[in-house]
Design a protein around this ligand. Sequence first.
Ligand SMILES: [Ca+2]
Ligand SMILES: [Ca+2]
Ligand SMILES: [Ca+2]
Length: 341
Amino acid sequence: MKRVLLSVFFLWAFGGVAFEVNLLEVDLQARPGAVLAFSFLVRNELAQPEQIVLYLGDWDRDEFGENRFYEPGTVSRSAAAWTRVAPTSFVLAPGEVREIQGTVQVPADIPPGTYWTIVFVQGEPRLVPYQGVLVTVTRRIGIKIYVTVEPAEVRGELRGLEVRGLNPLWAWVKFANAGTRNLREVRASLRVIDVQGRTVAEVAASPVPCLPGAARWIRVDTAFRPEPGVYQVLATVDYGGEALLGLTLRLVVRPLNLLPLGEGWGVPQDLDGDGFYEDLNGDGVFDEVDLDVFARNLAHPVVRANFRAFDFNNDGVVDEGDLAALEALLRAARAKSPPQG
Ligand SMILES: [Ca+2]
Ligand SMILES: [Ca+2]
Ligand SMILES: [Ca+2]
């Protein structure tokens, strides 16, 4: 399946600014001193000629998996200095396809492990109408090149487990690639066990890649809405090594202990039974007054002690993000049943 790794500016928002490549990743196995070849195709999808330039860059990912791009030679395991592509500048006629040849000259004295770079294929800047104005859009696609010199080491570490939202429960699992091999599929899963030893939730997250030396927070979502009680939360990670990695934590979900947030108000109520207490002033109605009460009481001791009742965006803390989420809930409720009169 074709995945687009990078776009510049708003490129997907526009039609008519398009060239395509036939692959987005090249995964090469090598010995020190080897010369490797790869190739890919670039096709002009426009009805006009397109000037194309190719150049190399470095990249990695942040701890949440977002790509970051750098000048070549920036990352310590960069393969940019060994990689060449040709041609690097040409004009493609409408519908024309050009094959790009790449070579990787692996240094003879390189230690084992995965090295990587990226080939950028960039079009020419074009003026495109966008919301009534003309903006300059440059199309750029990146083709990631991985070069693995054997014997690369497969080693992983499980560095953290944090339960965040409780309605439903989800957690961050922190994995680190402590070896030298690129890990294409790191699979995290989560199991929740109650005090009777019963498994009450068990889910696997989608696999994520992790570069050597990189760490990655992997989000694992469950559909489990815990009742007050004590649970064991067990995270496991299968990264392709000999053994699974595991980490557990004890999760205590305390009963709610709600009180009025101010003089003359009622106890906050959950009017629809979803575990979120949207009726902040406890008058049996969910409306703008509740937004106002919440906005003025985000740091109220009752709110803080019962955070899961007011964590409307389910991220594990109560803050302005929950005010926005509560507003969205009110809009949704209004859309479903508009107020009478
Ligand atoms: Ca509710
Ligand atoms: Ca209310
Ligand atoms: Ca929140």
